[in-house]
Design a protein around this ligand. Structure first.
Ligand SMILES: O=C(O)c1ccc[n+]([C@@H]2O[C@H](COP(=O)([O-])O)[C@@H](O)[C@H]2O)c1
Ligand SMILES: Cc1cc2nc[nH]c2cc1C
Length: 348
């Protein structure tokens, strides 16, 4: 699978964007981070007049072999399929935030341990009924990994062909903070025990037990490549998001990155293709303790710090209006010349 992802770096256009931003009726730099986002999206779209079209959230759901035993996750595995029905009925947090911010929402069965048959509104991309338990064998086969990446890529292509240029990914999968922690340790080199946290709400003693279990898992494998690590520790929803991120970057879309699990998928994508990060905006800092370390590793500052630790893409959906604000000031705000406002700084 080959993705052709180019850097957004373009000195000439960056200079012009900076000039346009600096000539808006405001003191230089006064729109702070919005100015950085406006410049980034201008570079992604290769224009001085970028736009946000059909912003879309795709939530990928998948189950994890390790979660069946309930040793690392406080909630039972069945919650994954139950939440998929909740998404389809419009009752989850992500439904309300997407409605509020006029964001399209698609739900994908990447590999839930439930037979949805032909449930209306669900995109069927099921690889299998959950991954294998990596305490015993790799989570998925190389063939399953390729299929997951391919399907993530195809789903993004379909959305892009419907005029979507701004995309975010969410996930639902009981046990997936464990997979994300293992992937984080592999891709960042941070010791595994520092990558593990409370997930959906483990107490202190249970977190120590999760650390013991996952440290043993981590030390019993030595993946030889980014792809092998993703197959060993990943989830179907995580691998599908990795494929979706790679495709979105190839198609020069703006990608809004959500919390701990989506950032783990990005770490995999970045290990496969380093330029992918040029296309990403980091929505928020999750309450899952490892997320801040991931962001520090990537040298990125997120837009929001609300203590969210829900997943589903909620942080990304909440961040959308901030990103739209950046594009709107770039396109609609008057320049000093347009508005006949003096841009001379008085020297005293
Ligand atoms: O996005 C995050 O930062 C995040 C942090 C903690 C938990 N979650 C969500 O919680 C679920 C996984 O938690 P756990 O404890 O079952 O591993 C999964 O459905 C995620 O969407 C999500
Ligand atoms: C209820 C519930 C909702 C979620 N949404 C994302 N992860 C979740 C985990 C649980 C347990």
């Amino acid at each position: 699978m080959n993705f052709n992802i180019t850097s957004i770096s373009n000195d000439e256009l960056e200079g012009k964007l900076k000039h346009k931003i600096d000539n808006k009726t405001k003191p230089k730099g006064a729109l702070g981070t919005l100015e950085c986002i406006a410049k980034q999206i201008g570079l992604i779209q290769n224009t001085l007049e970028p736009s946000i079209q059909n912003p879309t959230m795709i939530v990928f759901a998948g189950d994890h072999g390790i979660a069946a035993k309930g040793e690392v996750n406080p909630f039972p595995q069945e919650v994954t399929s139950q939440m998929v029905f909740n998404f389809l009925q419009g009752g989850a947090a992500i439904n309300t935030f997407c409605n509020l911010n006029t964001m399209n929402l698609s739900i994908v069965d990447a590999g839930v341990n439930f037979d949805f048959k032909d449930v209306e509104g669900l995109i069927d991309a099921k690889i299998d009924y959950g991954t294998k338990n990596y305490q015993e064998q790799p989570a998925m086969t190389p063939q399953q990994l390729h299929a997951a990446i391919e399907r993530g890529s195809t789903i993004v292509k379909e959305h892009q062909s419907n005029d979507c240029n701004t995309i975010a990914f969410g996930e639902m999968g009981i046990g997936n903070t464990s997979a994300a922690s293992l992937l984080m340790a592999y891709y960042t080199g941070i010791p595994i025990e520092d990558c593990i946290g409370a997930g959906t709400g483990l107490q202190e003693a249970a977190i120590q037990n999760k650390i013991n279990i996952l440290s043993k898992v981590y030390n019993s494998y030595s993946p030889k490549s980014a792809m092998e690590a993703l197959a060993t520790f990943g989830g179907f929803e995580i691998a599908m998001i990795t494929g979706a991120i790679l495709e979105a970057a190839q198609l020069k879309m703006t990608i809004i990155i959500d919390g701990f699990i989506v950032t783990a998928a990005l770490l995999a994508a970045q290990a496969i293709h380093s330029k992918v990060i040029d296309y990403c905006i980091f929505a928020h800092n999750s309450g899952e303790q490892g997320h801040q370390k991931m962001l520090r590793f990537l040298d990125k500052v997120p837009l929001l710090n609300l203590g969210l630790r829900l997943g589903e893409g909620t942080g990304a959906a909440i961040a959308l209006p901030i990103i739209q604000s950046a594009v709107s000031f770039l396109n609609q705000m008057a320049s000093f010349e347009d508005a006949a406002v003096s841009d001379e700084v008085v020297k005293r």
